[in-house]
Design a protein around this ligand. Structure first.
Ligand SMILES: NC(=O)c1ccc[n+]([C@@H]2O[C@H](COP(=O)([O-])OP(=O)(O)OC[C@H]3O[C@@H](n4cnc5c(N)ncnc54)[C@H](O)[C@@H]3O)[C@@H](O)[C@H]2O)c1
Length: 395
């Protein structure tokens, strides 16, 4: 066959670094995607989003023709392994959109061959891998099916793909063997589970993180509403205290994965996942808490407020599901003028740091991009829930 690996949804945040990593290990990789703008970028060696260390690897694997991107889905039939990694969001009612995966499979079904391995890598609602297996068998296909979830932290794929163990769950022993061989090209440790266990392992991983951020955010709100400095308490608690190693700092907990995966798990637990929903109330409530506290301290109606950072996390350009936008929306009701800045997110409505320095009365540090560290905000009020500037996280 012409290609070792075809990645469906290959120009996205998960697909592209994965394809680059395989190509860098000598595999011939083709990325099938439906977004022509990103396909063009990738084929020119341009990484369409911020990903540490990606430029060098992409230009290398494009130049040595180990990787290319295309909108032509017939490349699927020319590949030994097909990895599916399209987005799996929740819908407007926070229910998993299981149909998207089945639709994507139907869309490429004619290209799938009996001697291929199909690896599902998107985060899946429990049971979907088996549903895909049943669907393919119904269509008379013998394609092997495995679920191998991505657990990389966005922006660090090109280190973590090689360092983290890979969970592998085939729907048959042969699928598990082939998928394990595939990921052994990247990492030493393979953890084998059943498909539904692996689907839950991925959801548990993200939900565990989301709940942990909620603990910090709730503690932050408790301390703050009593006029106490959460970070002074945090430092006292965590200094040389190993049992609190994973105690996160407070801050906006958002992005395209943690929230929606917690909601997927909630749907899987009959909407009785009290801890998950509580975490959602806390994390989604933090912008409201911040603005309420600001209202008590400042005359917001007469204030120009600037939001620093619109990406969902620091040093990243991904604004999907960023809570900075929730802050912006509420502040547009409460404040006189709202200005936004982000060094990495492109938006013609955003203003420069110089303009913020000229016009803003209050600064809200929403996303702790390192480039903000050297800025001086003389004469301005700074709301710093991250304690980024080290003056305490009080509003
Ligand atoms: N972003 C992360 O850090 C991360 C981490 C772990 C797991 N995940 C999971 O991985 C999956 C993908 O997330 P992502 O962030 O890479 O999404 P993304 O939106 O960045 O990428 C998805 C890509 O798929 C393409 N696409 C959509 N439908 C398609 C179709 N029918 N055929 C071919 N291409 C199609 C899109 O054009 C896009 O390039 C999700 O399930 C997500 O939950 C993401």
């Amino acid at each position: 066959m012409k290609y070792d690996i075809c990645i469906v949804g290959g120009c996205g945040h998960v697909g592209l670094p994965l394809g680059m990593a395989f190509a860098d290990k000598g595999q011939s990789v083709v990325l099938y995607d439906i977004n022509d703008a990103v396909i063009e970028k990738v084929n020119k060696g341009v990484v369409p989003f911020k990903e540490n260390g990606a430029e060098k690897v992409l230009s290398k694997v494009v130049k040595n023709q180990k990787l290319k991107a295309t909108h032509d889905k017939t490349v699927i039939r020319d590949s030994k392994v097909v990895v599916l990694v399209i987005g799996t969001p929740v819908d407007e009612h926070l229910n998993p959109k299981v149909g998207d995966i089945i639709r994507a499979i139907k869309d490429v079904e004619d290209e799938l061959r009996d001697d291929q391995l199909l690896v599902m890598r998107s985060t899946l609602y429990p049971g979907v891998t088996e549903k895909v297996e049943i669907y393919l068998r119904k269509m008379g296909k013998k394609t092997l099916v495995a679920f191998c979830p991505e657990r990389i932290i966005e922006g660090h794929a090109l280190t973590e793909l090689y360092e983290l163990p890979q969970i592998v769950a085939g729907t048959s022993a042969e699928a598990t063997k082939k998928a394990s061989e595939l990921f052994k090209l990247l990492t030493k440790k393979i953890m084998v589970t059943k498909p539904t266990e692996a689907e839950l392992a991925k959801l548990f991983t993200n939900t565990w993180r989301y709940i942990n951020f909620a603990i910090s955010n709730q503690f932050y709100m408790i301390a703050n509403s009593h006029g106490l400095d959460f970070y002074n308490i945090y430092d006292a608690m965590t200094e040389d205290y190993p049992r609190l190693k994973t105690f996160a700092k407070a801050g906006l907990a958002a992005g395209p994965c943690l929230f929606k995966d917690t909601m997927q798990l909630s749907a899987f637990s009959g909407n009785n996942f009290f801890l998950g929903h509580s975490a959602m109330l806390v994390n989604e409530g933090l912008p409201l808490f911040i603005i309420d506290a600001m209202k008590q301290k400042y005359d917001l109606r007469k204030s120009t407020v600037a939001i620093l950072g619109m990406a969902f996390k620091g040093n990243n350009d991904d604004s999907r599901e960023s809570l900075s936008y929730k802050l912006k929306k509420i502040l547009e009701v409460e404040a006189d003028i709202v200005l936004c800045n982000d060094p990495y997110v492109n938006d013609p409505r955003f203003v420069s740091i110089d303009e913020i320095k000229k016009r803003a009365d209050i600064i809200v540090l929403a996303t702790p991009h390192s480039v903000y560290a050297d800025e001086k905000w003389d004469g301005k009020e700074v709301v710093d829930m991250w304690n980024f500037y080290g003056n305490g996280g009080l509003v």
